[in-house]
Design a protein around this ligand. Structure first.
Ligand code: SF4
Length: 394
């Protein structure tokens, strides 16, 4: 299985998005604490690691941990807002360290919308420069986009502008807003879209990408809102192939191992032909409305065949429907027999090493960061997230 794990390298950031789901915490990482998590992913037989945050480029040991992960045989990736990667020397150092793929996140190609979403001005040109630096130094570049209320109507405009300016970008990732954590939860009213808000522009964006020969993935969007491209749903691909995902959260959640890709389903889902392979409606945070779901009546098998036969992803060994069906049914039975998941509770994995450290100094830094964040929230006109219970020093 081509499983990819995530390590949150830091949780502070040089931007201040009003829907950040992973804002500042009192935990911090040393090289050694990150290396233990790299070793954990290697021990699980994972294919790659995504270094993420917060903004991972703010950790002084980032090139060193990237080099270590590469030495351990992982495919090394990073999600970044691009502000530091716009610096040529920094981009070169990461390329030399072994960074193979970078996801640069861009929410809107309209500068005023991007500035509002980022809580900072001038970030868009830095993100463009980061994509250019990735090309120059041989790092594969993707674009990540969080779908939200302010960009929901022009996702296709984003694609047109980005593809024209950066033809080397061959893959896009769309994540519908996770409204369950951090400032995203505190600012649901400002940023959570209705599914209908983005239905048409997402369809146009995916059509443009598909016609141009590019690939894409879409997460937290029910298949009735992307039926023509159901094979590109992250949840559907993981349900079909039985994949898991480990996230080493740099906070009290610690390590979460997600094997269940089903969210919630509405009355409309009962007759739907895609029910078995659909992730449903993202349930955590209670921000999306099951009344927006509508059953579809298209055959499921061509979608499954497209996923298991994908020549760009040979990790799943059962390449025909006849081979896949018994494997899938065995997993369905196991899922039905598993104890029900507590709603909203992330599935923690206590077998992983501790994620990060809390020290007197990191607690002091956290208190200062909270004061600074309160000022940034006031300037950006967004609510500040509730403070986590302060962890014990360890
Ligand atoms: S109706 Fe339900 S099962 Fe069918 S595509 Fe929509 S969310 Fe998925």
């Amino acid at each position: 299985m081509a499983n990819i794990g995530y390590i949150q390298v830091v949780r502070h950031c040089n931007h201040f998005c009003g829907f950040c789901s992973n804002p500042t915490t009192a935990y911090h990482h040393t090289f050694e604490s990150m290396a233990a998590l790299v070793d954990d992913l290697v021990g699980r037989g994972y294919f790659g690691v995504v270094l993420t945050g917060g903004e991972p480029t703010l950790h002084p040991e980032l090139p060193r941990i990237a080099a270590y992960a590469r030495e351990r045989g992982l495919h090394v990736r990073m999600i970044t807002n691009g502000t530091r990667l716009a610096d040529e020397d920094f981009a070169r150092a990461l390329a030399e360290a072994g960074l193979a793929l970078v996801h640069v996140s861009i929410y809107s190609v309209r500068p005023e919308v991007e500035a509002r979403l980022r809580g900072a001005a001038g970030t868009l040109e830095r993100a463009h420069a980061a994509l250019e630096n990735a090309r120059r130094f041989g790092i594969e570049a993707n674009v990540n986009c969080v779908i939200n209320r302010l960009n929901a109507d022009h996702l296709d405009e984003n694609v047109r502008v980005l593809v024209a300016r950066h033809p080397h970008v061959r893959h896009f990732v769309w994540n519908n807003l996770d409204p369950s954590m951090g400032r995203a939860e505190a600012n649901q009213d400002l940023f959570v879209p209705r599914l209908a808000d983005f239905e048409l522009s997402l369809a146009r964006a995916l059509r443009l990408l598909h016609k141009s020969g590019r690939s894409f993935r879409v997460e937290r969007v029910p298949l009735c809102y992307m039926t023509d491209y159901a094979w590109a749903s992250t949840e559907t691909r993981k349900i079909v192939k039985g994949e898991e995902r480990v996230v080493h959260f740099l906070d009290a959640k610690q390590t979460v191992r997600q094997t269940d890709w089903e969210h919630v389903y509405g009355d409309a889902c009962a007759p739907c032909s895609l029910r078995e392979i659909c992730g449903g409606l993202f349930d955590r945070g209670d921000a999306y409305d099951p009344a927006e779901l509508a059953p579809v009546f298209v055959p499921m098998e061509p979608i499954v065949e497209r996923i298991i036969g994908d020549p760009a992803d040979p990790s799943y060994p059962l390449r025909t429907l006849a081979q896949w069906r018994p494997d899938f049914e065995r997993r369905l039975v196991a899922a039905r027999e598993a104890p029900p998941r507590a709603r909203g509770e992330p599935p923690r994995d206590p077998s992983a090493p501790p994620v990060g450290l809390v020290t007197e100094e990191s607690l002091r830094r956290f208190a200062r960061a909270r004061d600074a964040d309160a000022r940034r929230a006031a300037r950006a006109n967004v609510a500040l997230e509730a403070v986590e219970a302060p962890p014990e020093e360890r």
